[in-house]
Design a protein around this ligand. Sequence first.
Ligand code: NAP
Length: 263
Amino acid sequence: MAQRLVVVGGGRMGSALVAGLLSSGWAEPDELVVSDPDPSARRRLSEQHSGLVVTDIVPEVTDVLLAVKPDVAESTCRVLAAQGARRVLSIVAGLATARLEAALPPDCVVVRAMPNTPSLVGAGVSAISGGHSATSGDLDWAQGVLSAVGTVVRLPERYLDAVTGLSGSGPAYVFLMAEALIDAGVAVGLQRDVSRELVVGTLLGAARLLAETGAEPAVLRAEVTSPGGTTAAGLRTLEYRAVRSAFIEAVASATERSHQLGR
Ligand SMILES: NC(=O)c1ccc[n+]([C@@H]2O[C@H](COP(=O)([O-])OP(=O)(O)OC[C@H]3O[C@@H](n4cnc5c(N)ncnc54)[C@H](OP(=O)(O)O)[C@@H]3O)[C@@H](O)[C@H]2O)c1
């Protein structure tokens, strides 16, 4: 069958995208090629997906998903240029479309994406931005690829530092909250495994309620806060400890750091 996409970099994100593209039916195994210099990455991918073409060289390409680390991204683009790349979807954190375009031929389209780690379980959220020559058809294509591992929003590139600070780093904020809540459950007498089960279930359930009802978080919070009750007492402590402003400052700091790293 015809090659539809070359995935350059078969690490955590590249592998997750390959798995998503195959399980969603976006591609058959023999329509994808994965290029990675690491023999163990190639072996793992071959074992997981029968029929997938896995190689240590960058083959001749048209459409590319660039999933290498930032420090090798521009040199990899120069190799892709020599191999005929026409359209590159980059998930490389912090690397602007202008820098990728400078390492690629002038007629090569670039779309930049900022995914997050829940993509590894098909529950990611990504923002995409087109480079100077990307059309809405190119953004449709990029959205089709990333939809295999989660939801996708389209934004002008100037917002990608904010996306990095919010949803890119966001899973870590939630993991920190989960750690704290599990410890809190232990502190009030629950076994750690029981506390973990209750916390994970609460996070999943609250996220589903938000997503499935479409209700504002403040409304859902008010609905579980009886006057003078237990939740009101807990929330009073969180507000007293300035948890809300801690989140606001955390996202602002991460956004600023993303801006610094991208310079
Ligand atoms: N993980 C995340 O949550 C996340 C979120 C958003 C964006 N990203 C971005 O996604 C990209 C990949 O991240 P990752 O976590 O998947 O990294 P990773 O697990 O280290 O995967 C990168 C893979 O690319 C391979 N590679 C290196 N040079 C190559 C080349 N010239 N051609 C082909 N493959 C090459 C690496 O092989 P070696 O190990 O031999 O070098 C490695 O297997 C990064 O740019 C990161 O910024 C990641």
